[in-house]
Design a protein around this ligand. Structure first.
Ligand code: 13P
Length: 271
C-alpha cells in the first residue's frame, strides 16, 4: 500500500515569526512519532522555503543509505516554465530543487483564475519540473457552474487530456494529481466522500485509457475544506491517496492533530 500524502498548503499566509512559531510546535509535538504510515509535506510561501528547509534539516531528519532525509518534505506553490535567464520575478524548478523542495503544485485553481494560467502553460510547467526531477502535483477541478450542470467529469477529463495531448502520457509517470473542486475550497463545504471517490475513480480510469500501469501507481489527492472532522472519511475512499489541506494547515496544532488522527486510523487498519 502506498502511504497517503498529506500536504499543508499555506498559500499567501505567514510571517517569519509566525512560521518559526509553527515550526517549533512541529518539533515540540514530536510529529515524527505520528507519521510512520503517511508522507507529509508543507507548502509555505516561496520566500520562506529556505527558512523552513533550514529548520527541517536541523530538526526533522533521519539517515537512510547514508543519505539525510527529511521527515517532512517541502512543496512549492508555484514554478516558472523557464530554468534560468531574463525572466524577472520568476522562480525556476532548479532553484526550488536547490532550496530542498520535493513537490511542486501546478495549475492550482487560484493560479488558473488570478494568473490566467492556461492548459498549455500548465503542461509546460509539468515538463520543466520533471526535467529537474521534482514531483509535479497537477491540480484539477470544476467550478460551481460546471458542478451544477453535471460537467465535473468533462472538466476533469479536459484538464487531464490537455496535458496528455501536449506532452504525452509519460507526463503522469511519478506525477501526482490533486482533485480540488473549486466550489469547496476555503468555505468549509463538506463534499460527500462518495462523490470524491467517484471523481477520483474517473480520473484514474481516464489515465488508464492511455496507460494502465501509470493509472495504477498514480497518487490522487483530494483538496477542498479538508479538516479534522472529514479527513478520515475522505481517506477511507479507495481512490483517495492523500489530502491537500489549505486553511486547516495554517494552525500547526490542527495540522498535527489531523496527521495524528490519520496515523492512528492507518495503524488500526493495518494491525
Ligand atoms: P482549503 O483547505 O482552505 O479549502 O484549501 C484547499 C486548497 O486549495 C489546497 O490547495
Amino acid at each position: 500500500m502506498t502511504s497517503p500524502l498529506i500536504i499543508g498548503n499555506w498559500k499567501l499566509n505567514g510571517t517569519r515569526q509566525k512560521i518559526q512559531e509553527s515550526l517549533s510546535i512541529l518539533t515540540k509535538e514530536k510529529i515524527i512519532q505520528y507519521k510512520k504510515h503517511i508522507d507529509v509535506a508543507i507548502a509555505p510561501p516561496i520566500v520562506y522555503l529556505s527558512l523552513v528547509n533550514d529548520y527541517l534539516l536541523k530538526n526533522c531528519t533521519y539517515f537512510s543509505n547514508q543519505t539525510k532525509h527529511k521527515y517532512i518534505e517541502l512543496c512549492a506553490q508555484n514554478v516558472d516554465i523557464n530554468l534560468s535567464g531574463a525572466f524577472t520575478g520568476d522562480i525556476s524548478a532548479a532553484m526550488l530543487k536547490d532550496l530542498g523542495v520535493k513537490y511542486v503544485l501546478i495549475g492550482h485553481s487560484e493560479r488558473r483564475k488570478y494568473h490566467k494560467e492556461n492548459t498549455t502553460y500548465i503542461a509546460k510547467k509539468i515538463t520543466t519540473v520533471k526535467k529537474i526531477k521534482l514531483i509535479p502535483i497537477l491540480c484539477i477541478g470544476e467550478n460551481q457552474q460546471d458542478y451544477d450542470s453535471g460537467s465535473t467529469q468533462l472538466t476533469c477529463a479536459y484538464q487531464i487530456d490537455s496535458v496528455i495531448n501536449l506532452t504525452g502520457i509519460q507526463a503522469f509517470k511519478n506525477t501526482i494529481i490533486a482533485y480540488e473542486p473549486i466550489w469547496a475550497i476555503g468555505n468549509g463545504i463538506n463534499v460527500c466522500p462518495k462523490h470524491v471517490q467517484s471523481i477520483h475513480e474517473f480520473i484514474r480510469q481516464r489515465i488508464a485509457l492511455h496507460d494502465t500501469h501509470i493509472a495504477k501507481q498514480i497518487l490522487i489527492q483530494y483538496g477542498g475544506s479538508v479538516n479534522l472532522n472529514n479527513a478520515i472519511q475522505l481517506l477511507e475512499q479507495k481512490d483517495v491517496n492523500g489530502l491537500l489541506i489549505g486553511a486547516a494547515s495554517l494552525n500547526m496544532n490542527t495540522f498535527i492533530q489531523i496527521i495524528q488522527t490519520i496515523e492512528q486510523y492507518l495503524q488500526n487498519k493495518l494491525y
